[in-house]
Ligand binder design. Sequence first.
Ligand code: DUC
Ligand code: ZN
Ligand code: ZN
Ligand code: ZN
Length: 484
Amino acid sequence: MSTVIKGGTVVTADLTYKADVKIEGGTIIAIGPDLSGDETLDATGCYVMPGGIDPHVHLEMPFMGTYSSDNFESGTRAAVAGGTTMVVDFCLPDPGQSLLDALKRWDNKSTLANCDYSFHMAITWWDKQVFEEMETIVKDKGINTFKHFMAYKGALMVNDDEMYASFQRCAELGALPLVHAENGDVVASMQAKLLAEGNDGPEGHAYSRPPEVEGEATNRAIMIADMAGVPLYVVHTSCEQSHEAIRRARQKGMRVYGEPLIQHLTLDESEYFDKDWDHSARRVMSPPFRNKMHQDSLWAGLQAGSLSCVATDHCAFTTDQKRTGIGDFTKIPNGTGGLEDRLPMLWTYGVATGRLTMNEFVAVTSTNIAKILNIYPKKGAILVGSDADIVVWDPAREKTISASNQQSAIDYNVFEGKHVKGLPRFTLSRGKVVVEEATVKTEEGHGKFVAREPFTAVNKALSTWKELVAPRKVERSGIPRSGV
Ligand code: DUC
Ligand code: ZN
Ligand code: ZN
Ligand code: ZN
């Protein structure tokens, strides 16, 4: 059975051209004029683009005393409804837990997926067992990325010695370290002070995580990665301080990647002030939303290429879950949704406003991520042989975002009321039509795990730190005796 996407304009990260796309057995088998097949999808007036890849989601994740409310079924259903055809979730071992045991839990959860997916492995603690298991994770389990939390003190946070050891291990194995860059010690101290002063509302969350804590941690992680001789991926880059550190590193030749979220690009800190408690608490995430200066910095980074991809950090909690933090903002589960809205919001606020070209849109929602994750051109491309993960994008289709008709399992949407123009006409997951007009036709379990090979290019040449050469032992004749 072959399918032809007919009459559309193919848009990739570097080309825009009229062509039909023919699919068979889940892959693209031909691209060109006047193709025919058993089934035809009408793409007249539409752009045929690689499906979105969201490199940062948390589905059914145990976190802050609860579980995020979208699981692999509802989360990937939301993804495809918005044109995203692959997600990367974070496998989070409990401190002390074997990485391989944690992975079994993630393997079980993900059997519900409606589209393809992969995992990042989190390093939440450190000892010889973790060091050894990392090799199995990379060589046998198809995971080439390790996440490090520099915040969430007393829970997920790793210290600098642990991070440096893990980064060096990543360098040996050809893996890429990721960081959640916020100074967890300073955050914990500011949280305690705010609470002691009676500042217990959701605005306290924003006050306790200023851009400086993110900038400091980003700088520190970049320096540590450089000394370890590995590239670095900074998740949810939300502010100029962090972006500045990334820009500077890239200018020096370091491979450092920054990932702004669609939420930080389009929502600002006013969400935490002069709004009712539920409104603000629903928008509590880390890092928090920032002001316009930071938003402009993120848009500029996407335009100039100093920031690489746009994600969601989709980690959805219901209003009831958020309310466990009434009287203590540090207990509000951190996280917001966005999987269904990432592409339409970025198109509306990025492409339609002229901030991004269509090709840049494809680059930052799909192709750049595929390259960084080492799955290009299986994913992130419209090429013969690529997986048929495709979104047929209708620039004339519009809607007002509302929780009342979203796929996510939660009872609100942080983008409620935003009008978007540009939505999928069709979404295809490995050739299967999973969205047609506004109808979602997913098949639970259709999604498959995507294994990712180690990076062969990772080597000591990545470091700009000249001291990596063997230390020279200095021979001295006269050594004073101690105490003299
Ligand atoms: N930030 C969030 O807001 N939620 C999940 C984890 C994170 O770092
Ligand atoms: Zn994070
Ligand atoms: Zn996250
Ligand atoms: Zn299937």
